[in-house]
Design a protein. Structure first.
Length: 320
């Protein structure tokens, strides 16, 4: 999860000379940042460096990233008319720089490890468009989807099409697996997920090139996981708020799971990290289909040495 980032001095050195959007749009720099964790940590896969909101910029809503405040939408979508008039997006023209980053990373990796691509799921993209940035309660989004259900469905359909095109473009450029991030969908009830979200996430996953593994992940989704499985994905991502063993059993062992170490554990000492990693591996019980991972992104204050220690610990314990 979010391998590259402010916890790495190599990343901070790149960011000292490039603003965030500049970095995303510079294939040389984005490829460099993608490769940094592979070289430093010895992980089993590379994760493409990009951002889930890049596909929103060509919608003309005014995407910007402000230091300390994160992403902002200058012209939020707050009416049915605005939702219905979102333009079509040619992803090759709009985000071709991401596909070029993929090609450069694949060449540099020379098949040492696979490359994972990703995109934001329609609900999470819609919530940014409506709220104008991150939110705690998503009141504007929830109000819009209930008061304007037809406009909501039209907007979600458009976002699903864009997301599927974006992921298929990454696959065509060379990524070997993709992850659909529904970062904010945990704010919804199961009933709202079923009615307002599931069909659109299913549309994305069903539109992807066959044979490419799909990881489906959301934050705070303990009550939504069976529905997320219904929406699709070869792998269901688990955050740290659920127990891996019982949750996997509830989902069924016909689906793989990814997760789910609390990122805060990496702020503790190495013996504590080892105990926590062993608990998760014990819960997986050596069953095929478990991808060890954090339950969300690495905190910026995490010492790189602790992340490296985790990778080494998981390799050691998995080999046993």
């Amino acid at each position: 999860m979010r391998q590259a980032g402010r916890y790495m001095p190599e990343y901070r050195a790149v960011r000292a000379r490039l603003a965030f959007l500049e970095l995303c749009k510079n294939p040389d720099a984005a490829a460099e940042v993608t490769l940094q964790p592979v070289e430093r940590l010895g992980v089993d896969a590379a994760i493409l460096f990009a951002d889930i909101l890049l596909v929103l910029e060509p919608l003309g809503v005014g995407l910007e990233f402000t230091r300390g405040d994160g992403p902002r939408i200058e012209r939020p979508v707050r009416s049915a008319a605005a939702a219905r008039t979102l333009p079509a997006v040619d992803v090759e023209d709009a985000v071709g720089f991401v596909f070029e980053t993929v090609r450069r990373v694949r060449k540099a990796l020379a098949d040492r490890v696979p490359l994972i691509g990703f995109a934001g799921a329609p609900f999470t993209l819609a919530s940014y468009l409506i709220e104008g940035g991150p939110s705690r309660e998503f009141l504007l989004t929830k109000t819009f989807m209930r008061q304007e259900p037809e406009a909501w469905a039209e907007m979600m359909t458009r976002l699903a099409e864009i997301t599927a095109d974006y992921l298929n473009g990454q696959v065509a450029a060379g990524v070997q697996a993709v992850q659909l991030f529904d970062s904010w969908v945990g704010a919804l009830s199961p009933a709202d997920y079923r009615d307002f979200v599931l069909p659109h996430s299913r549309r994305v996953i069903g539109s992807l090139r066959p044979g490419v593994p799909v990881i489906h992940f959301g934050v705070g989704t303990g009550g939504l996981l069976p529905l997320m499985k219904e929406a699709g994905g070869d792998v269901i991502g688990l955050d740290w708020r659920v127990e891996l063993g019982p949750t996997w059993a509830r989902l069924g062992h016909d689906v793989a799971v990814q997760g789910n170490l609390d990122p805060a554990v990496l702020l503790a000492d190495v013996p504590a990290i080892r105990r926590a990693a062993r608990e998760i591996l014990d819960a997986a019980a050596g069953r095929p289909g478990h991808v060890f991972n954090l339950g969300h992104g690495i905190h910026k204050d995490t010492p790189v040495e602790r992340v490296k220690a985790l990778v080494d610990i998981v390799h050691e314990l998995s080999a046993r």
